[in-house]
Design a binder for this molecule. Structure first.
Ligand SMILES: O=P(O)(O)OC[C@H]1O[C@H](O[C@H]2O[C@H](CO)[C@@H](O)[C@H](O)[C@H]2O)[C@H](O)[C@@H](O)[C@@H]1O
Length: 383
């Protein structure tokens, strides 16, 4: 059975990554009037020079401000009480039925394909295992979700793949039996006593019990640069109310979720001012967050391929990788499973219709938990 059947080729409608847009218009200049207007509107003491090149030009010429605005479901579609209108419900149902069927209602179909195969499970963290909240440091997962992940990991090799630092996501998930890939896959760790089976991996003692884990960190040479940029970003955004700069070790997140919308362009400007002198760094975006990372050819998709190789599960007919994620950065992994030699299923977690490289969908973390529990029940039923 061809797992691609029945799905049309997805078309990504999001804007291109900031970095590429940035490069193409680097010579453009912001007219003095725009820069002046920005500084007047901002009510901040930040100095905005007369002539600028960079992200702000992109915002104006390629709709980046729109991209920043649409990088998380707008409150009119999904508000805090999960209110949705009949019309948006119907649009969602149509999207789900026609393009990305629910992984819960399609569970039997998925499992009929999984029969006789070894499942490998990859789980994003924010928005997948934990709900999106305003304060990034408070994105806790529930203990019920932790149990569901713990149970599923008894039967299938399971990895958490996150944009966060590995330490932070480990602190949230707190299950030592899992593989972890932090910093968008640039910081991979095996469970204690396991090896990543790679010539460039190294063994270190990490936890208080002094257990050995194996690490693979393809961007380690960038650490000094990232640390410098982190300090500069903290300093330059210091006066913008609501900005949070998060140290994700090999990446940096600049959150604007709690910044007044009129100041979002200013956030972009500050980020651009800092990173413009670092050609070895690039900028992407996620859910109300700008993300700075090394230009190396590595992402969540590469991390999935790496882990499948480490586990000896690559290019095997009898392996079914499943990746569950909600964000733009998860698309790299969905794409790898859709197009690469390790065919598998991407499952997009979304409460609003959007285009994706995934095959299936789940509405929110509670449905993710149900899906994980169903996997366990199915496995136990197989004896
Ligand atoms: O790859 P992920 O595990 O999904 O991490 C992606 C980013 O997630 C976090 O930010 C997002 O979640 C926050 C908490 O719900 C929310 O406040 C923020 O607006 C979201 O962008 C995390 O803080 C970032 O560092 C990760 O890159």
């Amino acid at each position: 059975m061809d797992i691609k059947s029945g799905h049309s080729s997805p078309v990504m409608t999001d804007s291109p990554p900031l970095s590429s847009a940035r490069l193409t218009i680097r010579q453009n200049r912001i007219p003095y009037s725009s820069a002046a207007a920005l500084s007047q509107n901002s009510n901040l003491l930040l100095t905005v020079p007369r002539k600028k090149t960079g992200i702000l030009d992109d915002v104006k010429s390629t709709g980046w401000l729109d991209a920043m605005k649409s990088s998380s479901p707008p409150p009119t579609l999904v508000n805090k009480d999960n209110f949705s209108t009949e019309a948006t419900d119907m649009t969602y149902r149509e999207w789900m039925q026609l393009k990305y069927p629910s992984a819960l209602t399609s569970f039997e179909k998925i499992m009929s394909f999984a029969k006789g195969k070894r499942i490998a499970l990859f789980l994003d963290y924010d928005g997948t295992l934990s709900p999106i909240v305003e304060e990034p440091d408070c994105a806790y997962m529930s203990s019920a979700m932790r149990s569901a992940v713990q149970n599923v990991a008894k039967y299938f090799p399971t990895a958490i793949i996150s944009g966060r630092s590995r330490d932070k996501v480990y602190e949230f998930v707190n299950l030592s039996e899992l593989y972890y890939a932090g910093s968008h896959g640039m910081d991979i760790m095996s469970p204690a006593g396991e090896s990543l089976n790679h010539e460039h991996s190294r063994t270190v003692s990490v936890n208080e019990k002094g257990k050995d884990v194996n690490l693979f960190q393809p961007a380690s040479e960038f650490l000094p640069m990232i640390d410098k940029v982190l300090c500069s970003l903290i300093e330059s955004t210091n006066d913008i109310k609501g900005v949070k700069v998060e140290d994700n070790k090999f990446c940096i997140s600049v959150h604007y979720r709690n910044v007044e919308e009129k100041n979002w362009a200013l956030v972009a400007q500050c980020v651009d001012d800092v990173i413009r002198t670092y050609p070895k760094l690039r900028l992407t975006y996620g859910r109300k967050v700008l993300e700075i990372r090394p230009v190396i050819d590595w992402d969540k998709g590469k991390a999935v391929t790496f882990l499948l190789e480490s586990l000896g599960l690559t290019n095997c007919e009898d392996v079914l990788p499943i990746y569950v994620g909600d964000d733009r950065t998860d698309e790299d992994a969905f794409k790898v499973l859709r197009e690469g030699p390790n065919h598998g299923y991407g499952i997009l977690v979304s409460a609003v219709p959007k285009d994706s490289n995934a095959f299936y969908s789940l509405r929110d973390p509670s449905e993710v938990m149900e899906f994980l529990k169903s996997l366990v029940t199915w496995k136990r039923s197989m004896g």
